[in-house]
Design a protein around this ligand. Structure first.
Ligand code: UDP
Length: 320
């Protein structure tokens, strides 16, 4: 199959490239390297079933189609599947680039939906647990509509993902576009950007250097962390299922940020102490996926325990 992955040089995107390359698919990896990194795909670039296109998908579709033609994908029905992952995803990143983030999940997505329809391809959109905002239902099932601040500092991300979901359903209802929506919960693993400001890279780096571990707020807020290869398996199962979604993908094991810090300290064999900083605005107090639907309809659930995944991630941080 010929498969486009937007955001393919990013953290999750590059793991998805690897998984599909190993399956023997032809991968067209598209990334503007805003938060992605060419290092993440270095090992794939010599493969003949891998093409990298440096492009900002919020530019015109015509421009992108010209590039595709130059790469040999001429005419219609050449692309089978599109995974639209292109978006900044760390709160620090998307708050620094709010307009780019909002447009990638709306204008960029619109371009990719139109492209998918020309090729009669399936498009899968990576939405987010942030669609639930500050949740009043716990854990969060897909049927919960969420509690999002539409003008808050996270809204460039949350609301553009929510708009993206609405846009896909509009094309699906009106034109029968083949769409799929996943809501990704916190994910971690090798190839996370060290300076992306998220909790796992921060804690690992602090622990490895025996620096203070920065807890935001009192650390009683919770997250549920999924190891990246587990997530990628779920994404691919969703793409090849009959499901439209939205479908929660994440690891339901919930922990407080304090527990998370202690686990990282233990796994890194570190002497780091905790320091308490202020809690960022609109930081959700809890988050845990209800994955009954993914279990039932995709026959998917995560397998890698946090203690194992964090060890592998720490190893990667040490070596890179
Ligand atoms: N966090 C923290 N210390 C850090 C970075 C993050 O305590 O150095 C907290 C943050 O306030 C949030 C949680 O960890 O409650 C997860 O933050 P992250 O930025 O990884 O992603 P989010 O789930 O908020 O999108």
């Amino acid at each position: 199959m010929n498969i486009i992955i937007t955001g393919g040089a990013g953290f999750i995107g590059s793991h998805l490239c690897e998984f599909l390359l190993n399956k023997g698919d032809n991968i067209i990896c598209v990334d503007n390297l805003g938060s992605g990194d060419r290092k993440n795909i270095k090992e794939f670039e010599e493969k003949e079933n891998f093409v990298f296109i440096e492009f900002d998908i919020t530019k015109t579709l015509e421009e992108f189609e010209k590039i595709l033609e130059n790469k040999g994908f001429v005419g219609e029905n050449k692309i089978n599947q599109i995974y639209h992952l292109a978006s900044r995803a760390s709160p620090n990143d998307y708050q620094e680039f709010p307009v780019e983030t909002a447009l990638s999940n709306s204008l960029g997505l619109n371009n990719m939906i139109k492209l998918s329809m020309k090729h009669n391809a399936v498009i899968l959109f990576s939405s987010t647990s942030e669609a639930y905002g500050q949740p009043k239902v716990h854990p969060q099932p897909e049927t919960y509509w969420g509690n999002v601040n539409p003008v808050g500092i996270r809204s460039c991300y949350d609301e553009s993902k929510r708009f993206g979901e609405a846009l896909l359903m509009a094309y699906h209802r009106k034109f029968n576009a083949k769409v799929k929506i996943i809501r990704i919960f916190n994910t971690y693993g090798p190839k996370m950007r060290k300076d992306d400001g998220r909790v796992i890279p921060n804690f690992i780096q602090q622990a490895l250097n025996n620096n203070e571990i920065t807890i935001y707020g009192n650390g009683e807020q919770t997250r549920s962390f999924c190891y990246v290869t587990d997530l990628v398996e779920g994404i691919v199962k969703m793409m090849n299922s009959a499901e439209i979604g939205p479908k929660n993908l994440g690891n339901p094991r919930e922990m407080t940020i304090l527990e998370c810090a202690q686990k990282v300290i233990d796994a890194a064999d570190s002497n780091s102490k905790l320091i308490f900083n202020s809690l960022p605005e609109d930081d959700p107090t809890k988050r845990q996926p209800d994955i009954s639907s993914a279990r039932q309809f995709l026959d998917w659930e995560p397998k890698i325990e946090f203690e194992e995944g964090i060890k592998k991630t720490i190893e990667w941080f040490k070596e890179n």
